[in-house]
Design a protein. Structure first.
Length: 229
């Protein structure tokens, strides 16, 4: 759900994740009972109510994307109209397949938590192979292959994600045994993937950029020193 505070007039852009005071076009409208009950996504209890509809324009120069939300004036509850699925948009230096698996899992996590867990399992495997260069065929062996490179708590969490993702990735021997994955459990797996993307890829990139900038400053100062009379 888009983070939005109507009283403080602030929100977090779901595209760039920047917190800001919002600029918006505000309109009011009544929900058409028939239209919204024929698959538009408004849940029962919202029909025939008045809404404040906000069109939010991101002020981030690198983003400028718009979001649309509706606030039920009776209950105060919020409906995200666009985008309906809120997830982090990670930078392009993270491989496309990893970002695609993460984004697809984010989009289906409430409707199909088991399928989302399976996608997050594949996302994790792609990250281990790309970031750590460990490819052993089976995810269990690849997780063991980085055991000495990550913290014990991270390793335990990765092994847990593998186990949960196995539910969808491999058929159970007894097809009558159904192990469910709740949306809350799947969301925790999603947060783990976000944490690892942050700690592995983004931290490495920021470190590399900082080191390059320090090196460039040093080179510039050295050049200035040499040209002084």
């Amino acid at each position: 759900m888009i983070t939005f505070d109507e009283k403080r007039k602030t929100y977090i852009c779901p595209f760039c994740n920047q917190s800001q005071s919002y600029y918006s076009r505000l309109t009011y409208g009544a929900v058409d009972n028939q239209i919204y009950n024929e698959g538009s996504g408004v849940v029962k209890g919202y029909e025939e109510a008045y809404f404040s509809i906000y069109t939010l324009s991101c002020t981030n120069q690198a983003c400028h994307k718009r979001s649309v939300i509706a606030i039920n004036k009776t209950s105060g509850k919020q409906i995200d109209i666009y985008p309906q699925n809120v997830y982090r948009h990670f930078p392009d230096y993270i491989p496309q397949q990893i970002r695609d698996d993460y984004e697809e899992a984010s989009q289906i996590i409430d409707k199909s938590p088991k399928a989302a867990a399976t996608l997050l399992r594949r996302c994790l495997q792609g990250m281990i192979r790309d970031f750590w260069g460990v490819t052993k065929g089976r995810l269990v062996d690849e997780i063991d292959g980085i055991k000495d490179k990550i913290t014990p708590s991270q390793w335990t969490a990765l092994d847990g994600l593998r186990h949960i993702g196995n539910i969808g990735a491999h058929m159970e021997k007894d097809v009558n045994i159904i192990i469910d994955v709740t949306p809350d459990e799947a969301n925790k797996l999603l947060k783990l993937i976000e944490l690892l993307l942050e700690k592995w890829y983004i931290s490495r990139h920021e470190e590399e950029e900082l080191c390059k900038s320090i090196g460039a400053i040093a080179d510039k100062k050295e050049s200035e020193r040499k040209v002084k009379p």
